[in-house]
Design a protein around this ligand. Structure first.
Ligand SMILES: Cc1ncc(COP(=O)(O)O)c(C=O)c1O
Length: 439
């Protein structure tokens, strides 16, 4: 496979990876099925992270792979600029039917980052078309992750992802994050403390004036920063303040969407209706890259008012609605529906919650957070070595046949939604054994 690892690994500049460290001791996956990967040395690795929060129906599901195989031999590519193919409309309609409320229009992208940049552009163009072109400011949140495009980075709030890349977009401000160990450590589900943190939006409005603000974007449950569950009443309050000042609210559901929280979308889970929703990942079960932005009728209709024959939104990607992605998306929705996977997390959540909170009391565990089929386990950082403790746990887990994910010293778990209780036992039991050995 790799004859000479040191030279064969050199060319691939790996994303979000400590390249030199990895290449000195690589971890390679060569196949996958259902809940497991197979490593290059032939071991079964239990997937505790659904790949990268995307393989919600488990790996290499026949229905999805067969749909993609058939489509690639039938229609390899079709433009969606002034042309189209039927599956793109079919998938958009099915997605719109799945999404609650008036979010009835779907713009296809190829990733979460593209979904975020697309949503931000829709928000800006919407205000301008309404004659409100001074609304150009975008408000994100500290510790938010919205991908790696310049728009997503700008509204994102993870310092390490921003600091090397200059001033980013102008006119961006950030809400405070909602992480607070003093009040909320070891909360099961949504914390009771913290709704008032949304009131910071009032102060931002006072500072900049509402007439300059286009949109607020948040992850309903912040995933990549290490699983921050929204305090009770927080999202409701954000919605109310946005309504008061005519500001659009964007939910970034790239992780939350497609059943991760135990229900199809965070929109259902929290009962708060945003104006735009960004998705990706689980839309195709991770099989083919795809993202989608959902827009309300009210937003979409503002665009549909120009002169006949005018292109209403000058934006799109060569691969928006790619035939392979729409085939994967349609088959994925079939699997989700047939197996009830978009609500399976609700069934499993009590068992999951008890399992992850059983880690309380293990060495260095300073917080455990959970919602749906997601958990964050926060470890105390070693002095002068943030992230080192969780990284050691990650490597030891991999050696023990478990895939977990870490960000700084937080372990994030999000197994495929097909997980059975015995998988949860293996994952959490194995992690507990590892944590006992990580000093
Ligand atoms: C909330 C959120 N938005 C956007 C992204 C970016 O998605 P992608 O890596 O597909 O560009 C991610 C990726 O993890 C995410 O979690």
């Amino acid at each position: 496979m790799l004859d000479n690892p040191s030279s064969d690994l050199a060319a691939f500049w790996m994303p979000f990876t400590a390249n030199r460290q990895f290449k000195a001791k690589p971890r390679l996956l060569v196949s996958a099925r259902d809940m497991h990967y197979t490593s290059a040395d032939g071991r079964q690795i239990l997937d505790g992270t659904a790949g990268l929060w995307c393989v919600n129906a488990g790996h290499c599901r026949d229905r999805i792979t067969k749909a993609v195989q058939a489509k690639v031999a039938e229609l390899d590519f079709a433009p969606t600029f002034q042309m189209a193919h039927p599956d793109a409309f079919l998938l958009a309609t099915r997605l719109a039917n799945l999404m609650p409320g008036p979010l009835n229009h779907v713009f296809f992208t190829n990733s979460g980052s593209e979904s975020v940049d697309t949503a931000l552009k829709i928000a800006l163009a919407y205000h301008r078309l309404k004659g409100d072109g001074a609304r150009t400011r975008l408000i994100g949140r500290e510790r938010g992750y919205h991908g790696v495009g310049f728009g997503g980075m700008s509204v994102g709030g993870i310092a390490g992802n921003r600091k090397h890349f200059g001033p980013l977009l102008p006119g961006v401000d950030h809400l405070p994050h909602t992480h607070d160990l003093e009040h909320n450590a070891f909360t099961r589900g949504q914390p009771a403390w913290g709704a008032h943190l949304a009131d910071a939006l009032e102060r931002i409005v006072t500072l900049h004036d509402a007439s300059t603000i286009a949109a607020v974007i948040v992850e309903p449950m912040a995933g990549s920063t290490g699983v921050l569950v929204p305090p009770k009443g927080y999202l409701e309050r954000l919605r109310a303040i946005c309504d008061k000042y005519g500001i659009l609210l964007i939910f970034d559901e790239v992780i939350c969407g497609f059943g991760r929280l135990g229900i199809p979308f965070a929109v259902n889970r929290f009962g708060v209706q945003p104006d735009l929703v960004t998705t990706a990942k689980g839309i195709t079960n991770g099989t083919i890259p795809m993202g989608a932005v959902f827009a309300t009728d009210a937003i979409h209709d503002v665009f549909m008012n120009g002169p006949d024959g005018a292109i209403e939104f000058l934006h799109g990607y060569t691969y928006s609605g790619h035939p392979m992605a729409t085939a994967a998306g349609l088959a994925t929705l079939d699997v989700y529906a047939e197996e009830g996977l978009l609500t399976r997390g609700t069934e499993l959540a009590p068992y999951w919650e008890d399992a992850v909170h059983s880690l309380k009391g293990l060495p260095n565990v300073i917080d455990i957070r959970n919602i749906g089929l997601v958990a964050g386990i926060e470890l105390a950082s070693r002095p002068e070595a943030a992230g080192a403790r969780a990284y050691e746990a990650f490597v030891k887990c991999f050696e023990a046949g478990l895939l977990i994910r870490t960000t700084g010293d937080i372990i994030a778990l999000s197994p495929p939604l097909i997980a059975e209780k015995h998988h949860i036992d293996t994952l959490i039991g194995g992690l507990a054994d590892v944590l006992k050995t990580v000093a």
